[in-house]
Design a protein around this ligand. Structure first.
Ligand code: 5GP
Ligand code: ZN
Length: 135
């Protein structure tokens, strides 16, 4: 595994993911320990640790894709709103040191606690197929 980085391996297709969107620069896929139904991660395929290590140009490209995927999720799922979350450093809760943006779908009054718990793999597979964006 390049850099010993799991998200590099997912981005390169060496480790499978519940893919929603892919192009030359980014991959978007369901989080396997979702905070909410449809919790999605958007990563650049190129490795960098966090926002301070990522070029302005790349950040601009990533955020356009985050918007595209979030917009699609909002239209496709029951979803009243969503959080975009991007953690930098362990103190901030970053557990995977490859920059990623969380898209966390929300429902009115859901009182979501931002705790991970393992998702049901069959359900995630079904959901990824429903959310898949064709280029
Ligand atoms: P962080 O806490 O670093 O901002 O978020 C890392 C996220 O990556 C967590 O929500 C965790 O559930 C998710 N995650 C960790 N390993 C994998 C994996 O192998 N596949 C997927 N799809 N998500 C992962
Ligand atoms: Zn990486």
């Amino acid at each position: 595994m390049k850099n010993n980085c799991i998200f590099c391996a997912i981005g390169a297709g060496e480790i499978p993911s519940f893919k929603i969107y892919e192009d030359e620069l980014v991959l978007a896929y369901l989080d396997i320990n979702p905070f909410s139904f449809g919790h999605t991660l958007v990563i650049p395929k190129e490795h960098s640790r966090g926002i301070l290590d990522t070029s302005d140009e790349m950040l601009g490209e990533i955020i356009k894709r985050v918007k595209k995927v979030a917009s699609h999720i909002k239209k496709t799922l029951p979803c009243d709103g969503f959080n975009i979350l991007q953690n930098n450093g362990e103190a901030a809760g970053q557990s995977v040191h490859h920059i990623h943006f969380h898209i966390i779908p929300r429902m009115n009054g859901d009182e979501l606690a931002f705790h991970n718990s393992p998702g049901d793999m069959a359900e995630l597979d079904k959901l990824a197929k429903k959310l898949a964006i064709k280029n």
